[in-house]
Design a protein around this ligand. Structure first.
Ligand code: SF4
Length: 574
């Protein structure tokens, strides 16, 4: 019917979203017919010459199973089925040529290329990078600053996945940013949407006196494995992977879908003595769940193949009918962890080694604010300096200045952390005064009070359409209010997140703040629900909501009172 063809035209031209299209009752079968595809053509993947189907068809077959079971794919899955989002470069270039931002399902598809159209917060793209383990060379850092000057807003944001984002990119400049980054050796592929996000690791890898293993090779190998396997771009939903090497700065691996945690097994145990990784699965702090230890001990060389097998099972069996239930956690809930691990093992050459966590040695202690300030490295006479970027934002002048410090006094390496800041490593002791004053000259800090050093804020409503509050500016207001008023002898982590997606992981903060509209008289103002008592690692816990609907203007005072009360009433002063 004409009505259908009109809708379909609107949909294809981007004036109707997949959700609207689905609501209009346009099922996939009809859609396929209109596209001129026979049922047979869409129900059987192209066989390989040897008659088998390749891993790139995994997600396609998983979608087919949902349809064959009489269930409805989410609109996003339907859109991904019609065309693989990685095959949209021509579209992206056409949008740029016409100075047009994407509409409808193209918004999701463009994120596969690292470009996020963030309307209505900004009528602009945000570009998210991929930096394996958060490591970036000074020349790349300088290049990213130049790109942010040429086509962005003249600044970059450090994220909670040890990554960088460039904002305020015009429609015409999206592909220029992506290709200029690629010229620098920095990729954006799969940094958003239903993909494996930036692989994180210990930011002090290779320099930490207490680490059990250097996680850099694992982050790098996982990063390249993802980039070079197209079948990994068929996930039902986003996916996070982290490697923790046991050093002083935590990688927060227990908040990831897969967390690899280094452990040491001593002499006299059932497994040979040495360093291994524990396998943890199903972390998703926004849904109040940490990753669970699977009772499995991995040799380091098993990590990447095991991750690949886990991803394959997730692609084949993850939920594609409900976005809210599509993360790995929900498959684990549905199947149980035991069945999941056994299914993963069918894809591996042998069964995984079961080994109780209690028989591993305890993890070396975490230094809660070890990402800030000057710390000795394991290399004699060398130090790393944790630079404070309150809530993660740097101007491009500051970025060039940091790159110059890393070149002149360090080894030219910049290490981003999941705490929205960065480290400059390999500084000689004699150069520390010069480094400290050079950082201060940039208007940045190398030491922070107990609050500012652990202050994390997501993008907020200045750049994200989901946000109920301006998290970054409110975080700064909290720090400015507390710095002269609160003296504490222990670090505190305060996490501000603008919506339940919880990019800043409010549930694991000592104090967590979740953005909310707050009714004040006839008005609705920006504000927060307040959570207390979250933690990670050995202090793992999900924060409990203690206050609702606090106007943002009152939050600094409320946080001050909470910290004062804590200091007065805690059972131990240390
Ligand atoms: Fe946006 Fe919500 Fe993530 Fe904040 S937590 S950046 S508001 S999606």
């Amino acid at each position: 019917p004409n009505e259908f063809l009109d809708d379909q035209k609107q949909y294809l031209q981007g004036f109707m979203s997949g959700a609207q299209f689905a609501r209009a009752g346009r099922g996939l079968a009809t859609f396929e017919q209109v596209l001129g595809l026979s049922k047979a053509a869409t129900s059987t993947p192209t066989p390989k010459p040897d008659g088998t189907t390749g891993p790139e068809e995994l997600h396609w077959n998983a979608q087919r199973r949902v349809i064959d079971e009489g269930k409805t794919l989410t609109p996003q899955e339907q859109a991904k089925r019609v065309r693989h989002p990685l095959d949209m470069w021509d579209d992206l270039a056409r949008h740029a040529a016409e100075s047009r931002f994407p509409r409808g399902d193209d918004v999701l598809a463009f994120k596969y290329h690292g470009l996020f159209y963030v309307s209505p917060a900004q009528n602009a793209y945000m570009c998210r990078l991929r930096l394996a383990g958060g490591f970036v060379d000074s020349h790349q850092f300088r290049g990213i600053a130049r790109i942010a000057d040429d086509w962005g807003g003249g600044y970059a944001d450090a994220t909670t996945r040890a990554n960088l984002q460039i904002r305020e990119i015009k429609a015409a400049d999206g592909p220029k940013v992506v290709t200029a980054l690629e010229d620098l050796g920095v990729v954006t592929r799969g940094s958003g949407a239903d993909n494996i996000r930036n692989v994180t690791g210990s930011p002090t890898a290779g320099i930490d006196p207490s680490e059990l293993i250097d996680t850099r090779p694992f982050c790098r190998e996982m990063h390249h494995y993802i980039l070079h396997n197209r079948w990994l771009y068929g996930l039902p939903r986003k996916f996070n992977i982290a490697f923790d090497g046991g050093g002083a700065v935590s990688a927060l691996e227990d908040t990831n879908d897969i967390g690899f945690t280094a452990v040491r097994v001593g002499e006299g145990q059932a497994a040979p003595a040495g360093v291994y990784f524990r396998l943890m699965l199903g972390g998703i702090s926004g849904h109040r769940d940490f990753a669970l230890d699977e009772g499995v001990l991995l040799t380091p060389d098993q990590c990447i193949p095991v991750a690949a097998a886990i991803l394959r099972v997730f692609i084949e069996h993850g939920d594609r009918t409900d976005r809210k239930k599509a993360r790995l956690k929900y498959l684990l809930d549905r199947w149980g962890h035991e069945k999941f691990v056994e299914t993963v093992e069918t894809l591996l050459p042998s069964r995984l080694t079961r080994f109780p966590l209690e028989q591993c040695q305890p993890r070396p202690a975490v230094d809660k604010h070890g990402h800030i300030g000057v710390h000795a490295q394991k290399q004699p006479g060398r130090f790393y300096v944790g630079v404070v970027l309150t809530v993660g934002r740097m101007t491009t002048d500051q970025m060039r200045g940091l790159a110059a410090i890393a070149d002149r006094y360090g080894s030219g390496t910049i290490r981003l952390t999941v705490w929205q800041n960065l480290l400059i490593s390999d500084v000689a002791e004699a150069d520390l005064p010069a480094v400290r004053s050079a950082i201060e000259d940039l208007g940045l800090g190398w030491k922070a009070g107990p609050v500012r050093g652990g202050l994390i804020a997501c993008t907020g409503n200045a750049g994200c359409r989901f946000a109920a509050s301006d998290t970054k500016s409110h975080a700064l207001a909290i720090a400015d209010h507390l710095d002269p008023r609160i003296t504490m002898n222990q670090p505190v982590n305060i996490h501000l997140t603008g919506c339940p997606n919880s990019c800043a992981q409010h549930y694991i903060g000592d104090i967590g703040l979740l953005g909310a509209g707050v009714e004040v008289g006839d008005d609705v103002v920006e504000g927060y629900h307040v959570f207390l008592g979250g933690g990670y690692g050995d202090e793992r816990g999900v924060g409990r909501e203690v206050l609702r609907s606090v106007p943002a203007t009152d939050v600094p005072m409320v946080v001050e009172r909470l910290l004062q009360t804590y200091q007065e009433r805690r059972s131990s002063p240390d």
